[in-house]
Ligand binder design. Structure first.
Ligand SMILES: NC(=O)c1ccc[n+]([C@@H]2O[C@H](COP(=O)([O-])OP(=O)(O)OC[C@H]3O[C@@H](n4cnc5c(N)ncnc54)[C@H](OP(=O)(O)O)[C@@H]3O)[C@@H](O)[C@H]2O)c1
Length: 247
């Protein structure tokens, strides 16, 4: 796929010293990428770093509300595929004033429902309606931003119930869809990704003592991860370093 950063460093080297493999990849590029949630911290950094043709979609710039199936169907059916990458960078932690719960006692049906709508239903609707945009004859990636806290195995402290549950549901949806897609889109890699703790509006109040990275660094990491994934890794959950996260 190659990011702009990689291209710049390749172009800067004297011709004879340029890595042959890198340039072979570059000559095959002009890949097409669709970034959904391109107005967000991570989404905009990814859209800015990808090389090739980048199509950006977002709620604030295009009225693309992922919780509304009619909106998802209309916007995606208006696009001409195929895309080599569909990257879903949407999501929210605080929705309609519902903060992440410190205890199960703080759980509300509305807060839980809002989390499912944005973090599970929305990306699943995108995948449903993006299937016709993915090629069947070559490698492609459908990646969606999940979160490590959606890992049930990794949950040792409780709290954040609605967000965790919505991301766990998202993980299940992507895992199941990837199994089906392996039959029809044999070279498509369909994955959940954890970006790390990233300095965006999303984390402004919640990063706490976690080590954070800039959105630009997160985007570089995530592009590197999806560049190296292979079809046998489809249906799995990876962090920003390419390490698999248990469900
Ligand atoms: N930042 C982190 O540390 C971190 C850590 C783990 C996981 N993640 C995950 O990474 C993803 C992106 O996070 P971020 O930090 O980049 O957040 P962000 O800067 O707040 O961006 C969120 C994006 O989601 C979009 N969005 C929210 N609800 C939407 C809806 N109903 N319809 C359409 N678009 C909607 C926003 O669109 P508009 O602004 O256009 O309305 C925006 O583009 C989220 O899924 C989050 O769970 C982030």
């Amino acid at each position: 796929m190659f990011s702009k950063n990689a291209k710049a460093s390749c172009a800067a080297k004297p011709l004879l010293l340029v890595d042959a493999t890198a340039c072979r990849h570059m000559s095959l590029q002009m890949k097409r990428h669709l970034i959904i949630g391109a107005s967000g911290g991570i989404g905009s950094a990814i859209a800015n770093q990808l090389d090739g043709e980048v199509t950006r979609l977002s709620r604030s710039e295009d009225g693309f509300d992922i919780t509304d199936e009619a909106s998802v169907a209309a916007k995606l059916s208006a696009l001409s595929g195929p895309y080599d990458t569909v990257f879903v960078a949407t999501g929210a932690l605080v929705i309609n004033g519902h903060e992440p719960e410190k205890t199960i006692k703080a759980l509300t049906p509305d807060g839980l429902t809002d989390q499912f709508q944005t973090n599970a239903v929305g990306p699943a609707l995108i995948l449903k309606h993006a299937l016709p945009l993915l090629p069947k004859d070559r490698r492609a990636v459908f990646a969606v931003l999940s979160a490590r806290v959606g890992s049930i195995t990794d949950n040792n402290i409780g709290g954040w119930h609605s967000y965790r549950a919505a991301k766990a549901a998202l993980n299940q949806l992507i895992h199941g869809a990837a199994i089906e897609m392996a039959r029809t889109h044999k070279q498509t890699i369909c994955v959940c990704l954890h970006p790390g703790t990233v300095e965006t509006a999303f984390t402004a109040k919640y990063a706490g003592h976690h080590k954070t990275v800039s959105a630009e660094t997160a985007a570089t990491n995530l592009i590197n991860v999806i560049d190296h994934l292979t079809p046998d890794q489809s249906g799995h959950f990876f962090d920003y370093a390419g390490d698999e996260i248990p469900w």
